[in-house]
Design a binder for this molecule. Structure first.
Ligand SMILES: [Zn+2]
Length: 591
């Protein structure tokens, strides 16, 4: 008889980076639970292939073979190795990247309730742990790979980016976001350019935060610096400002500790960013990586507020003190919940021209669907406040309900009329369903296109533009109460290329510095959320003919020199990351 298949593989990883040690001076490591699979040499699994090729020395290192037990679970060859010996072992480096990329993929799939795709169409992402001798790491869609560099630190030891938890999760988040919203790397609004970086940092921060042991260690260390009693935390230290200064800043300082000289301290400056609605308009926040900090700051401020709220219900274990372990557990659970919410929000974003307000309204609406009662963490409330503190208002977002009787209270939900007229009151939508079939509508791009075309007037399509359904994805989400929600998410986009005079005639504005030889591409598109009966319940639409948004986008692109288009365009993330270095005016590259 075949033995029962193992439910998980467990492999050991470095929890943060080799520069982060516990109170006894040992590098923090942790086992991660991974989807079960029979690993090929490399490791080489069903979604990730580690290839140890160094382009700087033109060397291909031999792949390491894994053994499995009788239940099919992989045997971790590094389970008992002393932590300091892991740092110099390139076979462990390969295991570390495999395990962290796979656990990030599995985390996305758990949040989404379906398989998550990479952005390049293939099934197996190549991961190269020692790709080049350079202080950089990036996702490359054209290479179908994550590439991690290595470099000499100032004290002469070799720093491997493939050992840094947050760099690996950050790059994997780029690859997964690219798989869900391929057009988010197109030139568009300042927010869209910044979103990839800000989102990848949010995922990295929350992922590290939700690891067992990390928050305990940081809180305990901060406590002992202040001479606090062991395993206890003063009640006064769990208000949002204290938690931000201790846990969040402590974590941001540790993340990528070894890479500080190369990477800078992007996470630290996001956490320390003073609250102000005026940042978004300042010149320094027009640069993508700085603007991404606004997103990180808004989300993490919401996180500490929710965590602090939860502390109010905790009973003091002795006069004026809380149990540190419980405080850390609450923080970890909250981080895990917010991580799910941050990933699910992507399904409710428009396929093109994302602005931060769209992401906020997507996060709130997607959460409301699967979890009507939010009394535990109140993230919908805290996110709204966190974003509003930085001048981002959910009322400007693009999510609109399309189902009869779906009137939601605008005070408590994201669903409000956006500023510039894309609001579609549900009662005016007389959608035709009887020419499409509900079953193919959950999986067939042509069936969805038929639905959109049949309803093009109500959905405010631009009929003379090129239109294409990009994806159709059924998902099954489970709420904390076990309640299951079936949805199908479909996205389409539209393109129209116009001469400046045609643009002026169509949208009523002229752009500076263009000649009649120039061509201006206009993009639009929508995300459709169907319920389990194949009825449209949300429509998230950026109309190609929305003059206000198109003008804002085009003027920004002209000011940045990205329009009119001249010469070949690149879609390579190495360029985005190199540009981050350029933008700061410093001769270094960043993640
Ligand atoms: Zn990045």
């Amino acid at each position: 008889m075949r033995p029962a298949a193992s439910r998980y593989n467990h492999l050991r990883v470095i929890a943060q980076d080799p520069g982060v040690v516990d109170r006894r001076g040992t590098i923090l490591t942790a086992p991660v639970a991974l989807p079960p699979e029979h690993l090929g040499s490399g490791p080489w699994g069903y979604r990730v292939q580690v290839v140890d090729f160094d382009t700087s020395t033109d060397t291909l290192y031999p792949a390491f073979a894994y053994e499995h037990d009788a239940n099919g679970a992989v045997l971790d060859p590094f389970a008992e190795t002393a932590a300091r010996d892991l740092v110099g072992d390139r076979r462990f480096h390969a295991q570390n990247v495999y395990a962290l990329v796979m656990s990030t993929l599995a985390r996305f799939e758990r949040a989404l309730g379906r398989r998550a795709s990479w952005g390049f169409g293939g099934h197996q992402l190549k991961v190269v742990p020692h790709a080049f001798a350079d202080a950089n790491a990036f996702y490359s869609r054209s290479d179908e790979a994550l590439l991690f560099g290595y470099f000499q630190s100032q004290d002469g030891h070799t720093v491997h980016t493939c050992l840094s938890h947050d760099v690996i999760v950050h790059e994997t988040a780029h690859a997964l976001l690219d798989g869900m919203r391929a057009r988010f790397i197109d030139p568009s609004s300042p927010d869209q350019a910044a979103f990839h970086e800000g989102f990848a940092d949010v995922i990295a921060l929350l992922s590290v935060f939700s690891l067992p042991g990390v928050v305990e260690e940081i809180l305990a260390r901060k406590g002992s610096e202040k001479g606090a009693r062991e395993n206890l935390i003063p009640v006064d230290d769990v208000d949002p400002e204290h938690l931000k200064a201790s846990a969040l800043l402590g974590l941001a300082e540790q993340m990528g500790k070894e890479l500080k000289e190369a990477r800078g301290e992007a996470l630290r400056s996001s956490v320390l960013l003073p609250v102000s609605p005026d940042h978004a308009a300042k010149p320094e926040f027009q640069v993508p990586h700085r603007r991404g900090e606004l997103l990180v700051a808004a989300v993490m401020n919401a996180f500490v507020r929710s965590w602090s709220d939860r502390m109010r219900d905790l009973r003091a274990v002795s006069d004026g003190y809380l149990d540190l372990q419980r405080v850390a557990e609450e923080g970890r659970d909250a981080a895990d919940y917010l991580l799910t919410m941050s990933i699910r929000a992507l399904d409710y974003t428009p396929p093109v021209h994302l602005e931060f307000c769209d992401y906020l309204s997507a996060a709130i609406t997607a959460d409301l669907e699967v979890r009507p009662d939010e009394s535990r963490y109140r993230f919908r409330k805290h996110l709204r406040t966190g974003f509003r503190d930085f001048g981002i208002d959910s009322a400007r977002g693009t999510v609109v309900p399309t189902r009869e009787g779906q009137a939601l209270d605008p005070k408590t939900t994201a669903v409000q009329p956006p500023e510039d007229g894309a609001w579609l009151p549900c009662q005016t939508l007389a959608l035709v369903y009887d020419r499409t079939h509900s079953d193919p509508l959950t999986r067939d791009v042509d069936e969805v296109f038929r639905f959109i075309w049949e309803n093009r007037n109500d959905l405010e399509l631009t009929p003379d533009a090129f239109s294409q359904v990009l994806s159709v994805r059924p998902s099954l989400r489970v709420g904390p109460d076990g309640f299951a929600l079936r949805e199908t998410v479909a996205e389409f986009y539209q393109v129209l290329r116009l001469r400046p005079s045609e643009l002026a005639e169509r949208l009523g504005f002229a752009l500076p510095g263009l000649t009649e030889d120039d061509v201006i591409p206009l993009y639009g598109g929508g995300t459709l959320i169907f319920d389990e009966y194949g009825r449209l319940k949300f429509y998230i639409h950026n109309s190609l003919d929305n003059a206000t948004r198109q003008r804002r986008r085009l003027e920004h692109l002209i000011a940045r020199g990205a329009l009119p288009e001249r010469g070949p365009r690149t879609r390579d993330f190495s360029r985005i990351h190199r540009l981050r270095g350029f933008d700061t005016g410093q001769p270094r590259e960043e993640w």
